[in-house]
Design a protein around this ligand. Sequence first.
Ligand SMILES: NC(=O)c1ccc[n+]([C@@H]2O[C@H](COP(=O)([O-])OP(=O)(O)OC[C@H]3O[C@@H](n4cnc5c(N)ncnc54)[C@H](OP(=O)(O)O)[C@@H]3O)[C@@H](O)[C@H]2O)c1
Length: 306
Amino acid sequence: MKLTRRDLIRMSAGAGAIGLSGGWSSLLANQHALIMTTIPSTGQQVPSVGLGTVKFRGDPSSPEMAPLKETLKKFYGLGGRVVDTSPNYGNSEEVLGHLLDDLGIRKKVFMATKVDREDQAEGIKRMEGSFQRLGGKIDLMQVHNLRGTDMELETMQAWKDQGRFRYIGITTHRVRQHDEIERYMRKYPLDFIQVNYSMADQAAAERLLPLAQDKGIAVLVNRPFGRGDLFGAVKGVSLPDWAADIDAQSWGQVFLKYIISHPAATIPIPGTSKPHHAEDNMAAMAGRLPDTKLREEMSGFIDKLL
Ligand SMILES: NC(=O)c1ccc[n+]([C@@H]2O[C@H](COP(=O)([O-])OP(=O)(O)OC[C@H]3O[C@@H](n4cnc5c(N)ncnc54)[C@H](OP(=O)(O)O)[C@@H]3O)[C@@H](O)[C@H]2O)c1
């Protein structure tokens, strides 16, 4: 996995140099330039930045859908594939189902959703509902915030064996649940974990990310911008010179490149409801990534602002 990623980074670094003169859109239009991540349990490669959809809510037939549709279109058009949702995010699954249909890309995205029931029959009902709302294709099913984990994983493993999902995993956004996440990583053959990790919140890097790397578990990274707090921390601060060394043209790209350059199979899923933010975030999949030394310098820089 490491070698492949390094190879791809090298490829993207070369393409980055070409793309700078034509702007980020032209760079991203070249699929070869995208930095991919390999899912260790299957070897499947997916684009290294995904989309969080906690804000995808509302009446699917209303005009408020227009910016959400444009956000999804931009994300997909610039090479994004991994979309994370949950039946707990208002009617996000329903909204996504409609928008994916409208855009004709239902079967083309890598869809991750969640379940959080403590009763087995309720869990089954909940997951069947997700299949219905998302149009029959779910790539990754996750236990949401470790609710009913053992029981849900039993059903999820059975459905994975039947081919209903390709991957199963568990999630949290709370540091206080990291010990429990670690126990489940050791107990079950998980394909994915999803945890909070960002330049503002490095707790997962202590044990969870190294363990994920050791055990070949992919990592969806939630709250990659600390729920937006990182943008507050850098408000009015110019990009340092080192940003150019990693082809980052915005703070968002700096924050995402910091995550995807971690050696575990990390895939940040920045949440956005704005097309221009989706465009900005997708550009983090192009150009060079920081090495270990620069990662330390980056994190020292941000620590002083937090
Ligand atoms: N336990 C769990 O399983 C769990 C918990 C939390 C989150 N999640 C998942 O993780 C995803 C990400 O977390 P999150 O959405 O809470 O936090 P986040 O991604 O860290 O931050 C989202 C915030 O950043 C803003 N933003 C996004 N891109 C930007 C850009 N390029 N420039 C400036 N601002 C930008 C967004 O506003 P705009 O909308 O205006 O762009 C939003 O306010 C969620 O959507 C969800 O799918 C899972």
